[in-house]
Design a protein around this ligand. Structure first.
Ligand code: NAI
Length: 330
């Protein structure tokens, strides 16, 4: 099959080209995002390979259908960027990478937690300037604290496992409790109770209509004063303006983000010479108690290799059976 790969960065190309079985398919690698403006570039492709910020709404899917594209393979686990109903109606199959490395994202979440708590970002900058004063760098022992995990699927479970090593009390909220988490002593409670009791709240749920702005002004008001919030799931699970208000009021103690609701125009690109146009995002960056990474939770060697091999398995399965190995249905 011929596959047009969107939002390609050198590491994506390297991973796909060095994965076993690649010679069966041919690839066109494009840096551009897939959206209504770029959909015509899929001409001649049997399949398109897309990432988190490509836009696969009805209009784009209709464009793909018109060009003869029969398959969308996502290089990610989340599929909120795809109109699955439209894809189904148009007869375009959608495949994803359901599991590549829950460790990559869970470990990155832990990195955000420890960075914010021990102010490593500030300490690093200070030490490089010859400033060894400790004022403003005070942290707390993670041991003995209460950690609230929202969404205990693959990544949430792995994060819980890591936190048990610190000797924390673990609370969770998930409509479908995970027996492995129960077995490790995680206590499932309603969301308001989790927010009220947790010193650190970490989000690991998918973005759905139910989780859109799950953490809004009401949720912030119900959190323990001065708590830390971590989000490595999807940006729109948090109402960013409400987060800024909570930070200004010092109701929210610190915020660690790997995702942002309007990240599509920002992340995965070098904008250092262009400046940031998004004033809400720019305001976030002014807080000393906010650490933002640009959707890099997945970005480990192990995860990239697993994403590439599952993507090829999806293509192989579709070529053989008409269905990707890991299909997503509406
Ligand atoms: P998963 O499907 O294994 O787990 C998701 C869990 O969230 C499930 O247990 C589900 O029951 C729960 N959930 C669903 N609705 C909920 C709600 N309203 N409230 C609380 N929990 C709810 O997914 P996985 O692999 O653990 O990934 C979680 C999310 O992490 C993905 O959907 C994706 O958005 C994000 N992600 C971020 C990456 C990054 O690079 N930062 C990389 C990979 C995934």
């Amino acid at each position: 099959m011929h596959v047009t790969v969107y939002s390609t960065r050198p590491y994506d190309r390297q991973a796909l080209e060095s994965a076993p079985g690649v010679s069966v398919h041919s690839f066109s690698f494009l840096e551009a995002r897939l959206d209504a403006d770029t959909v015509a570039t899929a001409a001649g492709a049997d399949a398109v390979c897309a990432f988190v910020n490509d836009q696969l709404d009805r209009k784009v899917l209709q464009g793909l259908k018109g060009l003869g594209v029969r398959l969308v393979v996502l290089r990610c686990a989340g599929f909120n960027q795809v109109d699955l109903v439209a894809a189904h109606e148009l007869g375009i199959a959608v495949g994803r990478v359901p599991e590549y490395s829950p460790y990559a994202v869970a470990e990155h979440t832990l990195a955000l937690l420890l960075t914010l708590n021990r102010k490593i970002h500030r300490a690093h900058a200070r030490v490089r300037e010859g400033n060894f004063a400790l004022d403003g760098l005070l942290g707390f022992d993670v041991h003995g604290r209460t950690i609230g995990v929202v969404g205990t699927g693959r990544i949430g479970e792995t994060f819980c496992k890591l936190m048990t090593g610190f000797g924390c009390t673990l609370l969770a909220f998930d409509p479908t409790p995970n027996p492995a988490c129960v077995a490790m002593g995680v206590q499932y409670v309603p969301l308001p109770e989790l927010l009220a009791r947790s010193d650190v709240v970490s989000l690991h749920c998918p973005l759905t209509p139910q989780t859109h702005h799950l953490i809004n002004a009401t949720a912030f008001a119900g959190m323990k004063r001065g708590a830390m919030l971590l989000n490595t799931s999807r940006g729109a699970v948090i109402d960013t303006q409400a987060a800024i208000d909570a930070l200004k009021a010092r109701q929210l103690g610190s915020l660690g983000l790997d995702v942002y609701e309007e990240e599509a125009g920002l992340f995965f690109r070098d904008l250092s010479g262009a400046g940031i146009q998004d004033d809400v995002f720019a305001r976030l960056l002014t807080f000393p108690n906010v650490v933002v990474t640009g959707h890099q939770g997945f970005f480990t060697e192990d995860a990239l290799a697993a994403i590439a091999s599952t993507t090829l398995a999806n293509l192989d399965a579709f070529a053989a059976t008409g269905q990707p190995m890991y299909p997503v249905a509406p």
